[in-house]
Ligand binder design. Structure first.
Ligand code: NDP
Length: 243
């Protein structure tokens, strides 16, 4: 029986690294990607070690998510794992932040968790268990100027994790958060060089994380070795909280 892992935001950055690592671990990856970029999609499929499927879906659209869930339900195998990874930033100081910027970040980073997780959680309950990994952020843990929208959404992600972990425990559904620190992906490419240097100077390990360093933690949480951790928020941030 195929062990299906659903990964949102699968074709780039941290989602790509998680897809590749979980595929190496033996999962059948169902990737969810918003972009209709055939080249990127083909390269995603070719970079995985196992069978996989990629579905186009905007996670902010309940209708689009329902359509994808119907397609996942038709696949052979059972859904063991969901990784809620898709996310965006839309930074500005709060006094200048538009309602659109606030809503788009909350829709993508938080409301999408409701749309996708609820049907998959029901499937996991019927199957007798499963695992859910939510990707939050260091800035959801400590807040970040210029990111009131993002920090709110990412703090909400861990609230979601803690509450659902309590509900899911009796059904053998383990729910955890990973909170990456600053990670070397396209999300960081918009940051000014001098600000980026300041960020690195503040990280005890002196560098950004590589996406595969986040994926390795997801791999552990997804594995059979991890059977007694639920409701946790695992920081992978190069030591940002030391001292
Ligand atoms: P990227 O910008 O590299 O990738 C974001 C991914 O999310 C893309 O695959 C994108 O899809 C997908 N996505 C965005 N909006 C939607 C949507 N509406 N529907 C479907 N997919 C969508 O970001 P990262 O890899 O850096 O980030 C991954 C996660 O990690 C995010 O949740 C982010 O907040 C979090 N994170 C990142 C950090 C960093 O420093 N990079 C630090 C802490 C947390 P598409 O390619 O189709 O646009």
């Amino acid at each position: 029986m195929k062990k299906i892992a659903v990964v949102t935001g699968a074709t780039r950055g941290i989602g790509l690294a998680i897809s590749q690592k979980l595929s190496q671990d033996g999962f059948f990856i169902v990737g969810i990607s918003r972009a209709d970029n055939q080249e990127a999609n083909d390269s995603w499929v070719n970079s995985l070690s196992n069978d996989c499927r990629l579905f186009k879906c905007d996670v902010t659209s309940l209708l689009a998510v329902e359509e994808v869930i119907a397609k996942i339900s038709e696949l052979e195998g059972s859904v063991h794992l969901l990784v809620n990874n898709a996310g965006i930033t839309s930074d500005s100081f709060f006094h200048k932040m538009s309602l659109e910027s606030w809503k788009s970040v909350i829709d993508t980073n938080l409301n999408s968790l409701f749309y996708i997780t609820q049907p998959i959680y029901k499937i996991m309950k019927e199957n007798g268990g499963g695992k859910i990994i939510n990707i939050s952020s260091v800035n959801g843990q400590k807040g970040q100027a210029g990111q009131v929208n993002y920090s709110s959404s990412k703090a909400g992600v861990h609230g979601f994790t803690m509450a659902l972990a309590q509900e899911g425990a009796r059904s053998n559904i383990l729910v955890n958060t990973i909170s990456p620190g600053y990670t070397n992906t396209e999300m960081m490419k918009n940051i000014r060089v001098d600000i980026l240097q300041g960020i690195k100077d503040n990280i005890p390990l002196g560098r950004l994380a590589e996406p595969k360093e986040i994926a390795n933690v997801a791999s552990f949480l997804a594995s059979d070795c991890c059977s007694y951790i639920t409701g946790a928020n695992i920081p992978v941030n190069g030591g940002l909280f030391i001292g």
